[in-house]
Design a protein around this ligand. Structure first.
Ligand SMILES: Nc1ncnc2c1ncn2[C@@H]1O[C@H](COP(=O)(O)OP(=O)(O)OP(=O)(O)O)[C@@H](O)[C@H]1O
Length: 209
C-alpha cells in the first residue's frame, strides 16, 4: 500500500501553519517529520489520522482495498491518551477492542515494553516513562499497518528508546509504515525526512520584493 499526501496546508487559529506539503510513503518505509516548536508536526499527524481537516490538499491511500486510512492507522499521540483510573492491562484491552485487527494480548504487549509487573496497577501510579511505554504498547495489540508517532521517545530512558527502535525496525521489516514527528534521533537508518518550514506568505513575498 501507499500513502500519498498531496499539497497539504494547515491553518490553526487563523494562522497558516504550513502549506504545499507533499510526500509518498510505501510499505516498509518510514518518514521522520522534523521542524521547530510550533512548526505543525503534531498538526500534520492529526491531519493524517483524520482528526483535523486540512486547509488545502488531500491524503489518500492506495492498494489497501476498501479500508480507509483511519482504519489502518495506529496513532500514539503527544498525550498518552490513557485512562488514569484504569490499569495498564485494562487500557490496552480497551485499545485492542477499539482498534481491531487483534495482535498481541495486553499482557504480551506489556511484556514487550518490559512492564508485565505493572499490568494490574492503575496507570495513575506509573512514572512518566512507564506511562509512555504503556501508550506505546498500544502499537502491539493491533496489527494496524500505519504507525503515527508523535514524539515517541519523550520520557523514555536509553534502554526503552533502544527497544522502541527495535520495534520500529521490526514493523518496517514486516511491511508496515511509520510516520514519526520528533526532535530526537529515532535510529531509523534510511528513513525519509520531512522538515516542516514556515510557509512563505504573500505579505512576506511582497516585503522581499
Ligand atoms: N487546538 C488548537 N487550536 C488552535 N491552534 C492550535 C491548536 N493546536 C495547535 N495549535 C497551533 O498550531 C501550531 C502548530 O502546533 P503543533 O502542535 O502542530 O506544532 P509542533 O510542530 O508539533 O510543535 P512541538 O515541536 O512544540 O510539539 C502552533 O502555533 C499551535 O499553537
Amino acid at each position: 500500500m501507499r500513502i500519498v499526501a498531496d499539497n497539504l496546508a494547515c491553518r490553526r487559529s487563523e494562522r497558516l501553519i504550513f502549506a504545499n506539503l507533499s510526500f509518498t510513503l510505501a510499505d516498509g518505509q518510514a518518514l521522520v517529520v522534523t521542524g521547530r516548536n510550533g512548526a505543525g508536526k503534531s498538526s500534520l499527524l492529526a491531519i493524517l489520522a483524520a482528526r483535523l481537516r486540512p486547509e488545502a490538499g488531500n491524503v489518500r491511500v492506495e492498494g489497501a482495498g476498501e479500508a480507509p486510512l483511519t482504519e489502518l492507522v495506529n496513532f500514539v499521540g503527544h498525550r498518552d491518551g490513557l485512562k488514569s483510573a484504569l490499569t495498564a492491562e485494562e487500557n490496552l484491552a480497551f485499545a485492542r477492542a477499539i482498534l481491531g485487527r487483534a495482535a498481541l494480548t495486553p499482557k504480551e504487549a506489556l511484556a514487550r515494553v518490559g512492564l508485565e509487573h505493572a499490568a494490574r496497577l492503575p496507570v495513575a501510579y506509573l512514572s512518566a516513562g512507564q506511562r509512555r511505554r504503556v501508550g506505546l504498547a498500544r502499537l502491539f495489540v493491533s496489527a494496524r499497518p500505519v504507525w503515527l508517532l508523535d514524539e515517541p521517545t519523550s520520557a523514555l530512558d536509553a534502554a526503552s528508546q533502544e527497544a522502541l527502535g527495535v520495534a520500529m525496525r521490526d514493523h518496517l521489516a514486516a511491511g508496515g509504515l511509520i510516520i514519526a514527528a520528533t526532535h530526537a534521533p529515532l535510529g531509523l537508518d534510511g528513513a525519509a525526512t520531512l522538515r516542516i518550514e514556515r510557509p512563505v506568505l504573500a505579505a512576506d513575498a511582497g516585503e522581499a520584493a
